[in-house]
Design a protein around this ligand. Sequence first.
Ligand code: ZN
Length: 405
Amino acid sequence: MMGAMESVPVTADLTLMRELNQALILNLVRQEGQISRAEIAKRTNLSRSTVSNIVNELIGAGRIFEIQKGESRGGRRPILLELNYRSHCVIGVEIATAFVNLVVSDLNAVILYQCCVPFDIGVGPDVTVARVQDLIQGGLSAVGINPSQVAGVGIGIPGPLYYAAGQIIAPPIMPGWNGVALRDLFETVLPFPVVVDNDANLGAIAEYRLGAAQGIRNVAYIYLGSAGIGGGLVLNGAIYRGEIGSAGEIGHLTIDEDGPPCTCGSFGCLEAVAGMPTVLRRAAELFGGQRMTLDQLVEEAHSGTEAVQALFVSSAKYVGIAVASLLNVCNPGLVVLGGPFSAAGDLLLETVRSTARKRALPIALKHCEIVAGALGANAVALGAASQIIQMVFSPTTLDTLVGQL
Ligand SMILES: [Zn+2]
């Protein structure tokens, strides 16, 4: 009995050591692009035989491959190692209130397949899970990928969640979803690991790792959705979730004390006064009840219709007020606007900038720009995919032993 118990830490030590070394080498190859075995040994302080053993295992598993390159100095050309980004693929899904956007990408976040379909989140969790499952299968067949090559699925949703449990809690714009353990639901039908996160958090992660905010350690991302307004904060180079996982809900900052009721139960929230549904509703009032799409409205504004331009300016002013508060509280180095409503582009951006400039503290405005996202409509899905990629390059045993890092 005692012997068996004593053997546990030893096994864990060896497994952990092996996985740490493997992750160390994989990440070094990923970072350098191409590198020799000798250089790996030098950079990691691992012995040449340890490097050789692990590299051979990784080559056997199809994770890295050898290429002959570099200058020949009289003898053989050195053999370099390169990562095989196509050894696995990952899936990123954005479930929005009115559409589902899905990407299949390689381990370098290069999109191999993408589709966006209309959808109504009001159909509830079970129908949603089945629909997303179909879309995943369709995507995998379209690119000819075997499910065994899928490293995992990341899913973004337009509501706050208890992150550790993947459970949605009282989401204002997802009626019928309160308490739904979405990660568990997906994991019962999909043979892959599943990560569920808030859409704006994933947009922030995507712009930070792959898009407009690369190299900036403090970033505020504002998701201007077709229904709500969300926020994601990258602070000191890591997504900030708060105590449970609901941090960043900028859409529910009170902007107007006596403002209209919000879906969250409060009044005068940013989302209620400046969200896309409010702008579209006011536009319909301008045109005798005729509903217009965002694209039509943007066209109308660009063609010089001042009343429509004023709608965008009004909305952008409120967003700018919220951004000014965010600057004062968080001192980000970059504010990124993303999401479907941000497709209105400069009709919003200039006013958000000028309003924030008028209201934020000078010190918070220093070294901070307000820009449009670089990843467009795929930001959230790519952020979801990149969370799985992050998992692939992390030592799993360490995660299990230490918990959420
Ligand atoms: Zn609210």
